[in-house]
Design a protein around this ligand. Structure first.
Ligand code: SF4
Length: 226
């Protein structure tokens, strides 16, 4: 028996820093959000999902990822806040970093921008704690994400960033199990036009086809990147 799979796992109640009972959870997509949302909900922590991801390209991909997240929020009866799709600001901030590799400096700027807006919303709406689903993905550098989150929260004396490791104790496994259970849309690149470019280059170099956006769903096939 695997004690960490979705059926067998006995969820402990998570303790938020300083006993916070309200969390603004930045979400990047439904597959990453599934396990994190279920863990937080099971712990009795009142939370709202904040979807702010102007990095995602093109708009059709952005809408599809957002719609999947809304669908899961409705299923769990969790409030969903739809942030701006201010791509002009995102491209402004990324200027000069277009050739950076994934997990490089472009990603730091991208995380900074998303978490700064999350922290601002938390500050304006009385959330003492923020965190993000981004850290559960094995494709991401968790330290890089946590540093951006802490940096953004430090702008406000009443807001903290929760650096919890959502991958541990089977979190990564359950993330995939929940994604399959819910048949979430399965993106094959991180999100920005540069990650799409680089993933396609990598695939073509390996003799594979270009990404087909919008067509893969967990549980219906096994190709994916979350
Ligand atoms: S690869 Fe992902 S994290 Fe990095 S800049 Fe692009 S969308 Fe943002």
């Amino acid at each position: 028996m695997n004690p960490y799979n979705e059926q067998d796992y006995q969820r402990p109640a998570l303790e938020a820093p300083d006993g916070a009972r309200q969390l603004l959870l930045h979400s990047c997509c439904a597959p990453c959000a599934g396990e994190v949302m279920e863990a937080v909900k099971a712990s009795g922590i009142d939370f709202t999902v904040y979807f702010y991801n102007p990095n995602i390209h093109p708009r059709s991909e952005y809408e599809q990822r957002k719609d999947e997240n809304i669908r899961f929020c409705e299923a769990l009866d969790v409030p969903f806040v739809d942030g701006d799709y201010d791509t002009d600001n995102w491209f402004d901030r990324i200027q000069g970093l277009e050739q950076e590799p994934e997990r490089g400096r472009r990603c730091t700027v991208c995380f900074d921008m998303r978490f700064e807006r999350t922290a601002l919303y938390a500050h304006e709406h009385g959330f003492p704690l923020i965190s993000s689903t981004l850290g559960i993905s094995r494709w991401k550098n968790m330290q890089q994400i946590n540093q951006s989150g802490v940096r953004a929260a430090s702008r406000y004396c009443q807001v903290d960033y929760w650096t919890f490791n959502w991958r541990k104790k089977g979190g990564s496994q359950r993330m995939i199990e929940i994604a399959k259970r819910e048949a979430f849309y399965q993106q094959e690149y991180c999100g920005c036009v540069y990650s799409l470019r680089d993933t396609n280059r990598h695939r073509l170099a390996g003799g594979r086809e270009r990404i087909q956006k919008g067509v893969k769903f967990y549980g219906r096939d096994e190709i994916g990147r979350n």
